[in-house]
Design a protein around this ligand. Structure first.
Ligand code: SF4
Ligand code: MSK
Length: 649
């Protein structure tokens, strides 16, 4: 493999010692990683970062410069910047929603009895989802309800002359605003098609009109495709409940067969989790000299398997190559999204077998074993046997597993939070609302998104989260942000409570929730939308999502999916702080629309802020502004709760 000189100092790559230790090892062994390739790309194209490069038609490519202010067709910087953002939103929406479609297909297969390996694990979630969409449940079997629900979810992809039915999960006022603004989507696929049409050469040229179309498409992601994905996963694999596990490269074992699941779809990892306990396979592993089978995850497949099976997490996005470089991975199973093509090259330097399992994604240099949910368990067993056979090929002299891992607690679905807040007999968000209203909790913020070699890995996630809980703000996390914070102990209630502000600590202590809640994978950002909706419905904090003292942040994001997520949060009336901007610098008009004028349209808006401390300040200022508007910012004398008050809370 070609190696580039280490232009970025190791300590600037990550704040995680395990990551830096493996980067040094990679450099010493002439193996290039994402940071080397990033350095080789520098300086990155300014036309690209400004968003003013267009190759939508073949009269181009065109770039906007001081001497060429228009593309060949006459498109100006505003149109080009807006069109580029829209296409990112469409791609992000497609990724989340296609993930959702796969799960609907599995649900349908299970309902029809075509997949004996999967069952409906959470009939209560199935029935509640059916009730949400007026599907009859009385006197019907789970399979009958599941079939109708799956067929209903399928209708949400195609065009309809009505807005998507799942939008009704949102507060009424928000739905009315979307209809008034004409941004209520009427089908996931048709919204994506509409964006691709409108951004085609010679169609929609108004940057404002385009950005509104982007919001519409993003809503088809957050409130439709992602919401469907989360619901189906919960029904099929179980709604998450708090679970303890461990995170970081140190969860790999030097004695067991290590299998890593990486990507996003939970269907296969679910079966691998079950099959890894198979007595016959365990005996087979022992016959080859291993002491057991260790299934662990990377990226969002990891989050899914963690929340439902307590499987350990090896790392987040930028650690995928490093996991292989430990020399201790027998098989890495990949499916879709966030899988670096470089994995094939890295795995060739070791005994690791890279197996690509999605029917729509193949990695050059990987073995393709396309997963079939009809024979899910057998497929999982085949992969585990492959890993066991490969264990014999592990070169023990090359194994280097950093001695770094951290305990964590994950699995805070809305249902779990409801129960924790409400106790055994009553499910309610009331204690949370009361704590927000009386100011002990100032507000709630979702910290989400990826890691990115442009930013010292994990640093902004961890710093921002620490700053927020210090300011008595409850934090909800998903995706690689959650993994980053977990590595630094922020997902253990004990450690996080020590860093939380006095009043947040007091409330968390009494009601029994940690100050940083792991809510799942990227598609589970829909859980954050629902958490905000539940807070609103509980009462006392306004009438619409835009009234709430809440915000979203993605300090280290990199994916088109994050662009879609940011937009659906803004379209939902929420203030969103990104650690680095969308590609908008080439258009003052688009930038102003997204960062300033949008607040007057949807109630939400974007902010770009790379410094996590300043980001926390801006978020707190926004939250206090919302609290003032709600008239809940009356100063109260701070006093410790006595036992009676603690019981009441
Ligand atoms: Fe150039 Fe216009 Fe074609 Fe874009 S659509 S490449 S700006 S001519
Ligand atoms: S995996 S989209 S790097 S969060 Fe969902 Fe992580 Fe971002 Fe992929």
């Amino acid at each position: 493999m070609s190696a580039h000189p280490p232009i970025i100092a190791v300590q600037d790559k990550s704040i995680d010692p395990a990551t830096n230790e493996m980067v040094v090892l990679a450099n010493d062994n002439q193996m290039s990683t994402v940071w080397d390739r990033f350095a080789a790309q520098k300086p990155q194209c300014k036309f690209g970062t400004d968003g003013i490069c267009c190759k939508i038609c073949h009269m181009g490519p065109c770039r906007i410069t001081p001497k060429a202010k228009l593309g060949v067709c006459g498109a100006d910087a505003d149109t080009i910047v807006a069109r580029n953002i829209l296409r990112e939103i469409a791609a992000g929406t497609a990724a989340h929603s296609d993930h959702g479609r796969m799960l609907v297909r599995t649900l349908k297969m299970v309902a029809q009895g075509k997949s004996a390996d999967y069952q409906i694990k959470d009939p209560e979630r199935l029935r509640n989802a059916a009730l949400d969409f007026d599907i009859k449940i009385e006197g019907r079997t789970d399979s009958e309800i599941a079939l109708e629900l799956a067929n209903f979810f399928m209708t949400q992809f195609a065009w309809s002359d009505e807005p998507n039915a799942t939008l009704k999960l949102a507060p009424k006022k928000r739905q009315e605003l979307w209809e008034k603004l004409e941004i209520a989507p009427s089908g996931i696929d048709s919204s994506i098609v509409e964006v691709m049409h409108r951004t085609n050469m010679g169609v929609d040229h108004s940057y404002r009109h385009l950005i509104m179309a982007g919001l519409k498409c993003s809503l088809a992601d957050g409130w439709v495709g992602s919401a469907i994905a989360t619901t189906c996963s919960d029904i099929l694999f179980g709604t998450p409940k708090p679970v303890r596990s461990r995170v970081n490269l140190g969860v790999l074992s030097d004695e067991k067969v290590n299998i890593i699941v990486h990507g996003h779809e939970p269907t296969l990892s679910e079966m691998l989790a079950v099959a890894s306990g198979d007595e016959e396979l365990l005996a087979y592993a022992k016959s080859k000299g291993a002491t057991g089978i260790n299934v662990a995850g990377i990226c969002c497949t990891a989050n899914e398997a963690l929340m439902r099976h307590g499987l350990p997490i090896v790392g987040n996005f930028l650690q995928q190559e490093l996991a292989i470089i430990t020399g201790a991975v027998e098989v890495m199973v990949v499916d879709v999204q966030c899988v670096m093509p470089s994995l094939a090259q890295v795995s060739k330097c070791f005994h690791t077998e890279l197996v690509s399992t999605s029917e729509i994604a193949q990695s050059m240099g990987a073995e393709q074993i396309t997963f079939d949910a009809k024979a899910g368990y057998e497929c999982a067993c085949q992969l585990i046997r492959k890993a066991i056979d490969n264990f014999e090929r592990r070169d023990k002299t090359r194994v280097h597993i950093p001695n770094e891992s951290m305990e964590l607690v994950a699995g805070f679905s809305n249902e779990a939070i409801f129960q924790m807040l409400g106790g055994q007999f009553r499910s309610t968000f009331r204690p949370l609302n009361d704590a927000i209203i009386d100011g002990r909790i100032r507000g709630v913020v979702g910290v989400v998104g990826c890691t990115n070699p442009k930013i010292q890995s994990d640093s902004a996630h961890v710093k921002l989260t620490e700053e927020l809980i210090k300011r008595n703000i409850l934090v909800l996390e998903t995706g690689c942000a959650a993994i980053a914070c977990a590595k630094f102990g922020l997902l253990t209630p004990e450690a996080a409570l020590a860093k939380a502000g006095d009043t947040l600590r007091e409330v968390c202590d009494v009601v029994g929730i940690p100050p940083v809640l792991h809510m799942g994978s990227c598609v589970d950002n829909s859980r954050i939308l629902m958490a905000a909706t539940n807070v609103l419905l509980e009462g006392g904090l306004g009438e619409d999502l835009s009234d709430l003292p809440v915000a979203g942040a993605a300090p280290e994001w990199m994916s088109e999916k994050a662009v879609a997520i940011g937009n659906y949060f803004v379209a939902s009336g929420i203030y969103v702080v990104l650690g680095h901007p969308l590609y908008v610098a080439g258009s003052e008009n688009v930038d102003r629309l997204l960062r300033e004028e949008m607040e007057g349209i949807t109630g939400g808006k974007f902010e770009w802020e790379p410094d996590p401390v300043l980001a926390a300040d801006k978020i707190l200022a926004h939250i206090e502004k919302k609290r003032d508007a709600l008239r809940i910012n009356v100063k109260k004398e701070r006093k410790a709760l006595d036992m009676k008050e603690r019981r009441a809370l």
